[in-house]
Design a protein around this ligand. Structure first.
Ligand code: CA
Length: 228
């Protein structure tokens, strides 16, 4: 099946040039020419990938990216930016974009980026990589990333985070953690779980005192919040 790409770009010349190139390359293409129409199209037509211009009428690309990630939409996004400070902003905001390309760009370069991002996502869907918001765990390499930055974790911390993320939005009880991660080790208690959770929070939360990724569920356990 041909993959569907949604292009959200208000400049007709660029929009049509990208459309023609992508269709030539065998993709299905959908178009949106302003922010609100683009957001609507992402949420309702679920394309395989979005090419997103940043400066758009109605709602800009930053807002669109943030909004879809907040809703838990993981569709890959390749951002188009004008020259200037935008690139720093894209990095700094941990926008949730998968790649970006600076205008003016060559269509061949854009297609190459799109193919690379789609390949990466296909691999992720195979289950080796779990990505939720800014946090990524690579189950094969035992690595954790926050944005593009590697987070150093111990083996137990890795297992805790991986278990939480595999079961995103579900409550994982302290007994679940003990059974899955510590097995038959009799010297561990619920307190052991709490201590490890605190350690993971210090490493991945923006504000570990007020965690928004790993939230406590009173008297039960913890869950990884997908809506962040
Ligand atoms: Ca624009």
């Amino acid at each position: 099946m041909n993959k569907t790409i949604l292009i959200i770009e208000d400049e007709p010349g660029i929009r049509m040039a990208i459309k023609d190139e992508l269709e030539f390359e065998g993709f299905q293409v959908r178009l949106a020419e302003d922010g609100p129409a683009g957001l609507e199209s992402i949420l309702h037509s679920l394309p395989h990938l979005v090419v997103l211009d940043l400066m758009l009428p109605g709602k800009n690309g930053f807002e669109i990216c943030r909004e879809i990630r907040q809703r838990g939409v993981t569709i890959p996004v390749v951002v188009l930016t004008a020259r200037g400070g935008e690139v720093d902003k894209i990095r700094g905001l941990e926008l949730g974009a998968d790649d970006y390309i600076t205008k003016p760009f060559s269509l061949a370069e854009l297609v190459a980026r799109i193919r690379a991002v789609l390949r990466r996502c296909d691999r992720e869907e195979s289950g080796d990589i779990i990505r939720r918001g800014t946090i990524t765990v690579d189950l094969r390499k035992h690595q954790v990333f926050k944005g593009d930055t590697v987070v150093e974790v111990t083996d137990k911390e890795f297992q805790i985070l991986a278990l939480l993320m595999k079961r995103t939005s579900e409550v994982v009880t302290r007994d679940d953690f003990l059974k899955t991660i510590w097995g038959e080790d009799v010297y561990v208690t619920h307190r052991t779980v709490d201590i490890h959770i605190s350690a993971v929070r210090r490493k991945i939360e923006d504000d570990p005192e007020h965690p928004s990724l790993i939230v406590s569920v009173r008297n039960v356990g913890y869950k990884f919040d997908a809506d962040v």
